[in-house]
Write a protein that binds this ligand. Structure first.
Ligand SMILES: Nc1nc2c(c(=O)[nH]1)N[C@H]1C(S)=C(S)[C@@H](COP(=O)(O)O)O[C@H]1N2
Ligand SMILES: [Mo]
Length: 335
């Protein structure tokens, strides 16, 4: 398991590494190991100073830079290494910018992300149009290092920056009629070449959804950054979903609409190829996709000589935290 989220109350004062411990890199690591997942890093941005020193600087809106100073960074897991930033930002799926893995990095820079509004509607007490800044203002940013497992059988380990979707949902106050949360991606063909090409079979906009209890699960993240920086456009700027126990396609990018609904929504891949993609899309090595076995995965970056193959884990390794959500369900039928 990659991360067990501690409650804030689980971190005792002595586990909060003092600032002077961050001055030397070796001492940083020792400090992090000792405090495990409880490292609340004060003032000095360790991300900028050390861990992500080789990640290119990116222009960030003022509110983001502000939040970064109070971010709760996660200790690096001992049993996993982070996917290099270069791979995480140049091997992408974002069909709005084209079908190739390199298309999003090549084409997404043209997407205008400021200003950005998110429409909140449906069964909810506080509907409206919110800016990203408004959505994030009351919450602290947290780093979450998660495995990302694509249904195409490759995987990465990505350090996200965001906050639990549950926090936002509580603030928006869905009514008791809300059973699912539905998300929509921006659809702006003039800035998204993948929407214009012949290949574009998808019924835009890209839509994903979660059952309410999945959306409220503490692992479900609304991300605005990765690797200590704002999200690059190709990774779903300015805000995206991250659901680490599900196949990557559930983690919808560049969200412009969040709707609280009564019925299970039709989602993009499920609608296009219902025999291939289910609504739940929980990572499951036992349930094969018609074109891919899901038993194993290629951890990127690999090479011809070292393809870096590993066993896929049920719920992508997060079973101890999420399997209760599916108690009584037949995972081979409700996939
Ligand atoms: N709007 C939108 N969101 C999307 C996709 C997409 O094509 N469009 N692809 C999904 C798929 S299949 C995966 S594996 C992940 C990839 O996220 P990454 O490029 O940040 O690794 O994004 C998901 N979110
Ligand atoms: Mo994917």
């Amino acid at each position: 398991m990659l991360i067990k989220i501690p409650g804030v109350g689980d971190c005792s004062e002595s586990q909060v590494t003092p600032e002077k411990a961050y001055l030397g890199r070796r001492r940083v690591l020792q400090g992090m190991m000792a405090s495990a997942a409880c490292s609340v890093i004060p003032r000095l941005s360790w991300a900028d100073a050390e861990r992500y020193a080789d990640v290119p600087a990116a222009a960030a809106p003022g509110w983001f830079a502000d939040k970064l100073r109070h971010t709760r960074w996660q200790a690096l897991p001992e049993d996993e290494s982070l996917t290099p930033y270069r791979d995480a930002t140049h091997y992408n799926n974002f069909y709005e910018f084209g079908p190739g893995k390199g298309d999003p990095a090549r084409n997404a820079a043209g997407m205008v992300i400021e200003p950005w509004a998110v429409l909140v509607d449906g069964e909810v007490e506080r509907p409206g149009k919110y800016s990203v800044e408004e959505l994030f203002a009351p919450s602290q940013l947290e780093e979450r290092i998660y495995r990302l497992r694509c249904v195409e059988a490759w995987s990465m380990v990505i350090p996200w920056l965001g906050f639990p979707l549950a926090e936002l949902i509580r603030r928006l106050e869905p009514t008791s009629a809300a059973k699912y949360v539905r998300f929509e991606t921006l659809a702006r063909p003039e800035q998204m070449p993948g929407m214009r090409g012949d290949f574009s079979l998808i019924d835009w906009p890209y839509v994903e959804a979660l059952r309410m209890d999945e959306a409220m699960h503490p692992l479900t993240l609304l991300a605005v950054g990765m690797y200590g920086r704002v999200l690059p456009n190709q990774n779903g700027a300015p805000l995206r979903l991250v659901v680490p126990w599900k196949y990557g396609f559930k983690s919808i990018k560049s969200i412009v609409r969040i709707s609280f609904v009564r019925e299970q929504p039709a989602t993009t891949w499920q609608r296009m190829a219902p025999q291939e993609y289910g609504f739940y899309a929980n990572v499951n090595p036992q349930v094969s996709h018609p074109r891919w076995s899901q038993a194993r995965e290629r951890r990127l970056p690999g090479s011809l000589f070292n393809p870096n193959i590993r066993e896929t884990l049920l719920f992508n390794g997060y079973a101890d935290q999420v399997s209760h959500l599916y108690a009584g369900m037949d995972l081979s039928r409700d996939y």
